[in-house]
Design a protein around this ligand. Structure first.
Ligand code: 13P
Length: 238
C-alpha cells in the first residue's frame, strides 16, 4: 500500500488543529496509508482508527530524567505509530547528528514505533554531483547501528523543501532505486522509500507515475485538507 505522510511542521495553532481534526472525523482512505504528523501538544487531537498518527520527533533519551523531552514510551501511550527522524530542519536548526538519530531509532524500535528516516542532499552537493555519496553516508552511518526492520526512508532533497522546485521525475526514480539497491545490498532488506519536497496537488499527477516510489512526505500541502484529499485521489488512481 502506498503511503502519504503529512508533516504539519509547526505552522498552526490549537484552534486550527482542532478544526482540522474535526474535519477528519469523516475521513476514510483504505487505498493509501495516511499518516498525520502534528506537533507534540496536538497529537491527542488526531487519534483515529481511519488514519495513522505520527510524531515529528522522539527523544534520543530513554530512562534519563530530562525536562522537556518526549520519550518513545510517552508517544506510544498516545497512539503514535510512526516518528520522523533525521529531518533536514532538525539537522540544520537543532544540530542533530548521527548519534542522535541512532538513539532515537533505537528508542522507537523498543517501543514498536516505526521510523521515517529522512535523508537528502543540499543544493551544493546536488550541483556538484555528490548526491549519491551524501545519501549513502547518511544511510550507512545510521542504519549500520540500528535494527532496520521498522524503517522507511524519506528522500527529501533539501533544495526541494518548501521551494516549489523539485527534481525531474526520472532523477527521483534513479535516486530512489539507488537507495533501495544500497539498503538491499547492505541490510538484506529493500526498504520503502518516500519522496518529499514541494509535493502538492498540482504535481502529484506527474510524481505518482514514478514506479519505485512508495509514497510521499508532504509539508506545506498538508496544511490544507482539500489538498491532502486531492493528492490522495490522484494516488488512488492509475
Ligand atoms: P514541503 O512539502 O513543504 O516542501 O515540505 C516537505 C517536508 O519537509 C516534509 O517533511
Amino acid at each position: 500500500m502506498k503511503i502519504l505522510a503529512c508533516n504539519f511542521k509547526n505552522k498552526l495553532t490549537y484552534s486550527e488543529y482542532q478544526a482540522y481534526s474535526q474535519k477528519l472525523e469523516e475521513f476514510s482512505c483504505s487505498f493509501v496509508k495516511t499518516i498525520f504528523i502534528p506537533p507534540f501538544p496536538f497529537l491527542p487531537l488526531f487519534k483515529s482508527k481511519s488514519y495513522e498518527l505520527g510524531s515529528q520527533d522522539i527523544s534520543s533519551f530513554n530512562e534519563t530524567t530530562i525536562t522537556g523531552e518526549v520519550t518513545a514510551e510517552a508517544l506510544k501511550s498516545l497512539g503514535v505509530a510512526y516518528t520522523l527522524v533525521g529531518h533536514s530542519e532538525r539537522r540544520k536548526y537543532k544540530n542533530e547528528i548521527n548519534i542522535d538519530f541512532i538513539n532515537k531509532i533505537n528508542n522507537a524500535w523498543e517501543s514498536k514505533i516505526k521510523v521515517i528516516y529522512c535523508i537528502g542532499e543540499s543544493l551544493e552537493d546536488h550541483e556538484n554531483g555528490n548526491t549519491y555519496m551524501v545519501l549513502e553516508k547518511q544511510i550507512s552511518e545510521v542504519l549500520n547501528n540500528v535494527a532496520t526492520d521498522n524503517i522507511i526512508i524519506a528522500y527529501e532533497p533539501i533544495w526541494a523543501i518548501g521551494t516549489k522546485v523539485w527534481p525531474d521525475p526520472k532523477e527521483i526514480e534513479e535516486t530512489t532505486q539507488f537507495i533501495k539497491d544500497i539498503t538491499e545490498e547492505k541490510y538484506d532488506t529493500s526498504l520503502k522509500v518516500l519522496y518529499g519536497g514541494s509535493v502538492d496537488d498540482n504535481n502529484i499527477k506527474e510524481l505518482k507515475k514514478i514506479k519505485n516510489v512508495d509514497g510521499f512526505l508532504i509539508g506545506n500541502a498538508s496544511l490544507s485538507l482539500d489538498k491532502v484529499k486531492a493528492i490522495l485521489l490522484e494516488m488512488m488512481g492509475e
